[in-house]
Design a protein around this ligand. Structure first.
Ligand SMILES: [Zn+2]
Length: 115
């Protein structure tokens, strides 16, 4: 298994290049189930449907959003998947090929090329 390491700065640089400066717009993709999510996509679903279903939290409503504080950068909020990647943005980013939430559009190749 090859290990790919990005510094936090490299990760932020990639994120801004892909989605702009507002981190709430950054779309993360779960490597396990391919679910795509951002903070704003969660808010949008809540506005449209009134709730989202998450394996991790069950039903999330606007009301308990603050209390739950789901972290789209660290945990998969899919209905069918419970994957967690603690501290992805909070710490220096160290990932292996198979187990992390990554930014949509961020490929292994550009991870390897990031320097
Ligand atoms: Zn997932």
């Amino acid at each position: 298994m090859s290990l790919v390491v990005l510094t936090k700065e490299q990760f932020y640089e990639q994120g801004e290049k892909l989605f702009g400066k507002n981190r709430r717009d950054w779309v993360f993709c779960c490597e396990w189930c391919k679910f795509e999510q951002s903070f704003n996509s969660i808010k949008k679903q809540l506005n449209e449907k009134g709730f989202i279903k998450s394996m991790r939290y069950g039903i999330i409503t606007e009301k308990n959003l603050d209390e739950l504080q789901p972290k789209p950068d660290q945990e998969c909020l899919s209905e069918n998947c419970n994957y967690v990647s603690y501290g992805l943005i909070g710490s220096g980013l160290e990932v292996d090929d198979n187990r992390y939430l990554m930014l949509k559009g961020m490929t292994k190749l550009n991870k390897c090329d990031a320097s």
